[in-house]
Write a protein that binds this ligand. Structure first.
Ligand SMILES: *Cc1c(COP(=O)(O)O)cnc(C)c1O
Length: 415
């Protein structure tokens, strides 16, 4: 009888999947040039400037402003929108914590809405229910690179007079009805952190079509300076959130390689979607009609443990890893509103949430009801990480074989 690898059988594969990051002599040359030039900071060199122009053009935005990370870019975006102390920012409960901490560090109050069960993106109905007279912004997250429902979000924002700040930190090259994401709303943020598709270890980028917002963002990441002002003249409470020339040089090389790799990932994702959908109890996230391109940052499946005899998700993933499918994991395992930082309001001086009244009561983050996000965290979401999507066809077949084998023999894992 065929034994699962976790039960001592031979694994489907033992070779690793392609490594991440992908780099070659070009990154080395680009970094070397910067080092030899002696112009390591953006105030002396031209690499950051060029990256801002090229990245904005790539995302079809008028302006790009580099920043140290996706997190600092999101916070800068909220500040540039003029979000006031104690104003509410609606954030989906299923995202990286930075979507919410960016709001906290802008002295705003993140409030949470649930996600759509098919796309895991912000659910517009739940969004609308979360809005109060104190709401000033909405932060859709294009999770895994899948664009959120920007038409409905835009309509809701217009009706309530809210700013839309896109968390596009997983969505380089993603597009919604033919328009690249990032500057569909007022302003958007991207990340170049190590785990992302375009990386220099760390880094971030703001994009916007609004010149006033761009001007404020540029000042906020550069110590509150203005473009025409003197070096020691500071107009806003900004910080030093400048990207370095070394980072920009590396990111420029990565950006030049991006479309080729994106096509590979998209093709792999299409193949996995088709093949894994055939397995009872596994449903890849839906791709609605308004999605015209996705970055395929992650390949997320919904695991229905009922179809696997009640086998817990964690055990299913252990079995998958044992078959040689790595990195694959369960993704976010706590909805953001249940992070200890929010439950305990451990927010240092960013204390807008301590006395905040939401719907007639002192805000209590345990009180947000986001059952879909909850289920995604505990029972449902299975993530295949980005480098798996760079694999060749036979490697992709190993992924399908491993899932199919566990689906055939899950009873070996049930006590
Ligand atoms: C990575 C990420 C961020 C933060 O980006 P950093 O560059 O790591 O600060 C924010 N939101 C989402 C959804 C992300 O995936």
């Amino acid at each position: 009888m065929e034994r699962l690898a976790i039960m001592g059988g031979a694994p489907v594969r033992s070779r690793p999947f392609p490594a991440w990051p992908v780099w070659d002599e070009e990154e080395i040359r680009a970094a070397e040039q910067v080092i030899r030039s002696g112009r390591w900071g953006s105030t002396a060199g031209d690499r950051v400037n060029e990256l801002e122009k090229r990245f904005a053009a790539y995302q079809e935005a008028a302006w790009g402003i580099a920043s140290t990370s996706g997190t600092t870019a999101l916070r800068t975006a909220l500040l540039a929108c003029g979000i006031e102390y104690g104003a509410e920012v609606v954030v989906p409960a299923y995202t990286f914590v930075a979507s919410a901490t960016a709001a906290l560090e802008a002295n705003a109050v993140p409030v949470f809405c649930d996600i759509d069960p098919h796309t895991y993106n912000l659910d517009p109905r739940s969004l609308e229910a979360a809005i109060t007279p104190r709401t000033q912004a909405i932060m859709p997250v294009h999770l895994a690179g899948l664009p959120a429902d920007m038409d409905r979000i835009g309509q809701i924002a217009a009706r309530h007079g809210l700013a839309v700040v896109e968390d596009a930190c997983q969505a380089w090259g993603s597009s919604h009805r033919g328009r690249k994401v990032g500057a569909i709303g007022k302003v958007g943020a991207f990340s170049f952190q190590s785990s992302k598709h375009i990386t220099a270890g760390e880094g971030g980028m703001l994009v916007t079509d609004d010149s006033g917002t761009a001007r404020v963002c540029r000042s906020l990441v550069n110590c509150g300076r203005t473009e025409s002002g003197a070096w020691h003249e500071h107009h806003l409470l900004g910080g030093n959130y400048r990207l370095t020339e070394l980072q920009a040089a590396v990111i420029l090389v990565q950006l030049g390689r991006y479309d080729r790799m994106l096509e590979r990932r998209q093709e792999a994702a299409r193949y996995l979607r088709r093949e894994l959908s055939k397995i009872e109890g596994l449903s890849p996230l839906a791709v609605p009609d308004y999605v015209t391109a996705t970055s395929c940052h992650l390949f997320i499946l919904r695991y229905d443990k009922q179809a696997f005899g009640g086998l817990p998700k964690a055990r299913f993933i252990e079995a998958l890893n044992a078959e040689g499918i790595r990195p694959a994991h369960g993704g976010y395992y706590i909805p953001v509103n249940r992070q200890p930082l929010l439950l305990e309001k451990n927010v240092g001086p960013f204390d807008a949430i301590r006395r905040h009244v939401y719907r007639g009561r002192l805000i209590d983050y345990a009180g947000f009801d986001c059952p879909v996000a909850e289920r995604a965290c505990t029972d449902e979401a299975v993530w295949l990480l980005q480098n798996l999507l760079l694999a060749d066809k036979p490697d992709l077949d190993d992924i399908v074989t491993a899932f199919a084998r566990i689906a055939r023999h899950f009873d070996q894992l049930l006590e």
